[in-house]
Design a protein around this ligand. Structure first.
Ligand SMILES: *Cc1c(COP(=O)(O)O)cnc(C)c1O
Length: 429
């Protein structure tokens, strides 16, 4: 079922899925198989030549994973998706078809910490470079783009910092430069924000987080809007020029608006092997079925708890775009009208010591390096994920010693507030 005239709540359950043709099974089976029997030698040859679409080997495609790919493409309003083994894998997979040695991307300074490391350090090994720019300074974004820039990258809702990106303004800059805009939509999910409607070319996800929603499996996805003209100039030869590994096939000419997705499978997964396994796809499919219900509750709880914390004397500051005190409050209505997500940072009076005591004293909140779980989570970044950074780097990352980060779950908000209340008392003593 792919009819995008259905509402979000219907699509999150049905898109991509149909009763199993072999057994009638109503739930999507976990096709726990590595390979698929060819009808005959001609069939095998046609599949390997990309003349016919079908299943060959599960590094490339798998029926359970394919259902999730179609579901995520539909929820994001794209034409195709490729699932990967993690969110970080998805980011490399997203860049792979469009990058090359000495090419660069322009990325927001406000990104998930792991992405900052991936883009500032690891991608250099491929000869790729990243220039980090404040996305509220549109002139700086324009100025950072040069002849070798191949994409702009940002997060719709970015944590830390309670930041909301003006996706449309950055998309206009990408359009003028004839390069794709890639949005990491992990913190928002397509229920809160649909970046393609704001002009994004590609959307990446860590499905590990809200899409799966219960902290069970890592996964990622790359979704293509199908709207970018890869042949408009010579910047994207992997998509517009003959591919030697497929006898000179030109992906864009042959597959049209599915070129990027086909390349992701036929070259990206084939050679990089960052494949999602069917078991992970199953858990994530379960998660997507309740996405809207969970996101509504995540946001409702986050707003209630952030407001309660903001008026408490033991708290210095709450950084959350869902609060009127946030400089990004007005952007919420434009970019993510259903809410600013459920992640925020809190500066606690008493600094580092109070933060450590708070984290230790919380009972319902779990101290973990994750977000987007049904469970409420907390982390004191300065003593954990950002421990290796200098004090200056910690402040710049929004992870100073006096700050904790919350990922608000879907438990009873009053229970969470009571837990925070008792733990803050212990932290202040
Ligand atoms: C977690 C996360 C990632 C990385 O995803 P993994 O599944 O952990 O590899 C990327 N971006 C954002 C916004 C994230 O929250």
């Amino acid at each position: 079922m792919t009819d995008t005239t259905y509402g979000f709540d219907t699509l999150q359950i049905h898109a991509g899925a149909r009763p199993d043709p072999a057994t009638g099974a109503r739930q999507t089976p976990i096709y726990q198989t590595t390979a698929y029997v060819f009808r005959d030698a001609e069939h095998a040859a046609a599949l390997f030549n990309l003349q016919e679409v079908g299943f060959i080997y599960s590094r490339l495609t798998n029926p359970t994973v394919a259902v999730l790919q179609e579901r995520l493409a539909t929820l994001e309003g794209g034409v195709g998706a490729v699932c990967c083994s993690s969110g970080h894998a998805a980011q490399i997979m997203a860049l792979f078809p469009i990058m090359g040695p000495d090419k660069n991307i322009v990325a927001s300074t406000r990104l998930y910490g792991g992405t900052v490391t991936q883009f500032s350090q690891t991608i250099k090994r491929f000869g790729w470079e990243c220039k980090f720019v404040d996305f509220d300074d549109l002139d700086a974004v324009k100025a950072a783009i040069d002849a070798d820039t191949r994409a702009i990258f940002g997060e719709a809702i970015a944590n830390p910092g309670g930041y909301i990106m003006d996706v449309r303004a950055i998309a206009d800059i990408a359009d003028a430069a004839e390069i794709p805009l890639i949005i990491d939509n992990t913190s928002a999910t397509p229920f809160l924000c649909r970046p393609i409607e704001h002009g994004a070319t590609l959307v990446v996800h860590s499905t590990t987080k809200y899409l799966t929603g219960n902290g069970t499996v890592t996964g990622g996805a790359v979704i293509d809007s199908g709207k970018f003209d890869w042949s408009a100039n010579d910047k994207f030869p992997s998509l517009s020029q003959p591919e030697p590994a497929y006898h000179g096939l030109k992906f864009h000419e042959t597959f049209g608006n599915l070129a990027y997705t086909f390349h992701g499978i036929a070259v990206g997964l084939r050679d990089l092997g960052m494949t999602m396994n069917p078991q992970a796809a199953h858990y994530t499919l379960m998660g997507t079925e309740t996405l809207s219900l969970r996101m509504e509750r995540h946001v409702e709880n986050a707003v209630k708890i952030a407001k309660w914390l903001e008026q408490d004397d033991r708290i210095e500051k709450v950084t959350y775009a869902g609060l009127e005190s946030s400089p990004y409050f007005d952007r919420v209505a434009k970019v993510c009208p259903r809410g600013a997500g459920a992640l925020f940072t809190v500066a606690v009076r008493g600094g580092y010591d109070a933060c450590v005591k708070l984290v230790n004293a919380l009972e319902i909140f779990s101290h973990v390096a994750n977000l987007g779980d049904t469970r409420s989570l907390v982390i004191h970044s300065a003593s954990t994920t950002h421990r290796q950074l200098s004090a200056k780097q910690q402040e710049a990352a929004g992870a100073g010693p006096g700050v904790v980060r919350f990922s608000i779950g879907i438990e009873d908000a009053d229970d969470l507030i009571a837990d925070l209340d008792q733990a803050l008392s212990k932290a202040a003593s």
